[in-house]
Design a binder for this molecule. Sequence first.
Ligand code: FHN
Length: 428
Amino acid sequence: MKQKIHPNKQWFIDSRFGMFIHFGLYSSIGRGEWVRSSELMTIEAYQPYFDSFNPRAFDAEQWAKAASEAGMKYIILTAKHHDGFCLYDSKYTDYKITNTPFGRDLVAEYLEAARKYNLKVGLYFSLIDWYHPDFPKYADRHHPMRGNEAYRDEDIDWENYLTFMHNQVEELVTQYGELDIMWFDFSYDDMSGEKWDAEKLMNMVSQHQPNIVIDNRLETSGEGFGSIVDAEPTSYAGDYISPEHIIPPYPIKDVNGNLVPWELCTSINNSWGYDPTDCSYKSAKFIIRKLVECISKNGNILLNIPPDGTGKFNTQSLEVLSEIGDWMSLNGDAIYENGPAIGLEKPEWGYYTQKDDQTIYAHIFDGPLGVLPLPGLASSQITSVKRVMDNSVVKISDSWTALAFPDTTFVELHNNHATEALADDIDM
Ligand code: FHN
């Protein structure tokens, strides 16, 4: 089944697992990245966080090493979030990290470290900018100054805002080397598509970075598919769909039956920006199982890890990432370059994924009574079954008997070979 992506961008689908990082002034407040909006905070009330911003424990190598050792193949950092604060030395604004006590271009350091760890590198860029005077305030349902009478008769120059926004994107795609992903965020109401002058923006980005992978949020938010599934997608539909905290129930296809790439973005807890009161950390096992589910439906996971106000990942995040990495080091073959198992129904005990014409993986979440039913597989098709969730390799060789029933093959799991293999189990 064909994928709807350029061959130069196949690495994105093959990678399957990436790290998202939301970091900025809001990280030092600790109430999430929407704190200005959720608390109707004026620029003046937010200014002290700018004036004192100095993440002393920031170490880009900690971020990159943690991502690499967790088995993540790409990494995406917020170069600028909705508050308009730039983590890089933008020449189009003074609202940037190089004007804070930190004083350094954090994006440049992040990119250098990520490339050192052989990660594909991406930047998140907010189309929304609550700091810029020409971004609408009073009538915008997200803006921190929404409904504030001081802005009822605001006189904004939207063309000036678009020039500013496009210029910032252009400096990112021309001043920081080869970028692998541009993660625009996000469209809503009439703030979508050509409101952003999206075709011009996409053309400019692709001209400077011809192989860059781009998400679909010039058109949508985390809830829509956008026109990439249409027969005639718009010029700014992007390369993939970016559902947020939502796993589609099936592989997404376009009108011609081609698989459409997608990437679930979610966080290791329930917060994008750092919030020390959010202790809802997902377990490694839960994340791995969701990753397998996504892959079985042709999706990736972009897992957000929020650094604290000093710039470092906390212990809970590092422990989960380390446990995922242990599992990935044993079972990465059943993750990378895997996709939906063609023609096979989802088995009751978990998921199939398929790597190539010869290799199907049985991801067994709920072990069978004793004999493993492999629906849709004939014993002649099977040369090995890797029980990746229990880290036991169950191979069918001449000493095994594979019981075949109509449309189902059963693999006996109590063979002495299995016993040897099971002895190598690593407890999840
Ligand atoms: O508003 C943002 C939010 O802060 C966060 O960056 C997420 C990540 O996908 N995107 C937007 C909400 O969809």
